[in-house]
Design a protein around this ligand. Structure first.
Ligand SMILES: [Zn+2]
Length: 73
């Protein structure tokens, strides 16, 4: 199955949004969340948005899905 990876601009999100998303990142290597990440890279695959980065504690790559906010009320 082919993965269509669409790049997104994480830095275009506002600062609070970025902090919020980074704060829920989970690192399997450290075994905890809110580790903080370097080199955030946001992308979309098959309609699911991912945020990938390097754990600031251990330097391993961590990936988290980002729930898309639904604007409909
Ligand atoms: Zn870590």
């Amino acid at each position: 199955m082919k993965e269509d990876r669409i790049g997104r601009d994480f830095s275009s999100r506002d600062e609070w949004d970025q902090l919020d998303l980074v704060s829920v990142m989970w690192c399997d290597y450290c075994g905890r969340d809110n580790v903080g990440i370097d080199e955030p890279d946001e992308y979309e695959v098959n309609g699911v948005v991912y945020l990938e980065g390097e754990c600031q504690e251990c330097g391993q790559t961590v990936v988290s899905t980002i729930p898309e906010k639904v604007s409909q009320s």
